[in-house]
Design a protein around this ligand. Structure first.
Ligand SMILES: Cc1ncc(COP(=O)(O)O)c(C=O)c1O
Length: 471
């Protein structure tokens, strides 16, 4: 054998071993604590060694069990942040994608892969009611938002040739941090972002937005974009997209929808997303609410010419040689990346294996789980609902004195108990416990564990007024 090459037999043995290990991992997944018993010192010792000069051979795989034992498992009781649960057919797709190792730059580098990506992007657009949108897959919602705002900037305040010109972007005060980050990276600066106040449901206030637009226009500012959220990260609030689209039209701005958390829920609940198809661009995250293993983000856009205006910059060595519309296509002309992973394969496989209907049902179950948690919270006098429930994020806290401090301690205790994993958000009332359902493994019993665990943790930390927990 040549150096670094495995014989097909050795590959099969190694892959079978990997399948055995991962199958064992999946078999015990629900029994694992929701956060591993570990520490920074321990993981540094276990995984921080020197690179071996001489190869270990198949024994290299032996350490994988330790990775499992020190990983945060994606089991049915993970409700933190907004993070998908890692569907297994898609995981097989990732393995195959790595073996076939296509560089999805252009059709000429990966004919099947480029075509599969077009197909899958079209499926996603259709599934959320945005038929006819084009786009591409990317690393996640942050990359998709950055690309969208690069397109907006080039359309409204061209910068690629002479550098960034001043301009303003509008979003609700609840917008995800990836938006201000994108403005910084694009040379527009954080100060270019107008944070617009929200209503009681954390949706952007259209009257406030209109006033800000009017004031900026009168002051001679260049209006670049309005960013609507289709699912804010804290509470899952959906901005009034139709009204935002109308304002963007009136003021000549680009209309981008950050749907990284929520827009894929339009597959199950389209009525919540009226106006989505009016966007110039939409960020989606199949690695959130389509349960795909990371990484898998997606940017959809209405007009591919706007993507080419922002991203087309072919070096001579990459110049596309064919005039054929399929064979001449290059993703690098319409997106940020040149070398690109075959991300579409996992989506293609898992959508074909399960069918779109199974994903629609799973998203509907997540929405129902959030409603169940809301009811569980409302049934307990010790608890107070603070926000969410529109999509699948629910924010609440224990009613107790010194609520911020006490609930932070309760969260720490919940995580240490290891039965459920929840996270936190800061809302108007202060510190909130937060559970978010984008998890195809969750059962109703798992949902019910959340309130039980929070009350048990509250009793353990001695939160005032929560002395006894009935089970
Ligand atoms: C609303 C929203 N936008 C953008 C992002 C960023 O997505 P990613 O983590 O895939 O970069 C998130 C992540 O949670 C999000 O909730």
């Amino acid at each position: 054998m040549k150096p670094l090459q495995l014989s097909p037999e050795d590959f099969r043995r190694l892959a079978e071993r990997a399948v055995e290990e991962t199958t064992r991992y999946l078999t015990g997944l629900e029994q694992r604590p929701t956060f591993p018993k570990t520490s920074g010192a321990e993981t540094s010792t276990l995984f921080g060694g020197a690179c071996p000069e001489k190869g270990l051979g198949p024994a290299a795989l032996e350490e994988v069990g330790k990775i499992f034992d020190h990983a945060r498992p994606c089991n049915g009781r993970f409700f933190g942040y907004v993070f998908g649960s890692g569907e297994s057919v898609a995981a097989v797709g990732d393995l195959i994608a790595s073996i076939v190792n296509q560089n999805v730059t252009a059709w000429r580098s990966g004919p099947a892969a480029v075509t599969v990506e077009h197909t899958v992007v079209g499926w996603l657009a259709d599934a959320i009611g945005c038929k006819g949108f084009g786009g591409s897959l990317c690393g996640g919602g942050s990359s998709a938002n950055l690309m969208a705002l690069a397109m907006a900037r080039e359309a409204k305040a061209p910068a690629n040739q002479r550098g960034a010109q001043a301009g303003v972007v509008y979003a609700s005060e609840q917008v995800h941090m990836s938006i201000p980050k994108a403005l910084a990276l694009l040379g527009l600066g954080h100060d270019a972002l107008r944070f617009i106040p929200t209503d009681r449901g954390y949706r952007v206030r259209v009257d406030e937005l209109r006033s800000a637009l009017r004031a900026d226009r009168e002051a001679g500012k260049r209006i670049i974009a309005i960013v609507g959220s289709a699912g804010t990260v804290n509470t899952g609030a959906i901005d009034p997209l139709e009204e935002l689209a109308a304002l963007a039209g009136e003021y000549g701005g680009w209309f981008h929808v950050d749907g990284a958390y929520g827009a894929l829920a339009a597959i199950a609940a389209p009525e919540k997303f009226r106006g989505l198809a009016l966007a110039d661009s939409i960020s989606l995250d199949p690695h959130k609410w389509l349960y795909q293993p990371v990484d898998c983000g997606c940017l959809l856009y209405h007009d591919p010419a706007a993507a080419r205006a922002a991203f087309s910059h072919s070096g001579d060595y990459a110049r596309v040689l064919s005039q054929d519309p399929v064979e001449g296509f290059a993703f690098f002309e319409e997106s940020m990346e040149l070398s690109r992973r075959f991300r579409a394969l996992k989506l293609w496989l898992s959508l074909r294996y399960h069918g779109l209907g199974a994903f629609r049902d799973a998203i509907a179950r997540d929405l129902a789980h959030a409603q169940r948690l809301v009811r569980n919270i409302q049934a307990r006098p010790e608890l107070e609902l603070l926000g969410g429930g529109e999509l699948s994020a629910v924010c609440f806290r224990c009613k107790t004195s010194d609520a911020d401090k006490a609930n932070a301690a309760i969260l720490k205790r919940v995580l240490a108990r290891g039965k459920v994993y929840i996270s936190n958000a800061t809302l108007r009332e202060g510190f909130a416990l937060r559970a978010c359902f984008v998890n195809h493994r969750t059962t109703e019993a798992d949902v019910d564990t959340i309130v039980e665990e929070v009350l048990a943790a509250a009793a353990e930390v001695g939160a005032a007024g929560i002395a006894h927990v009935s089970r």
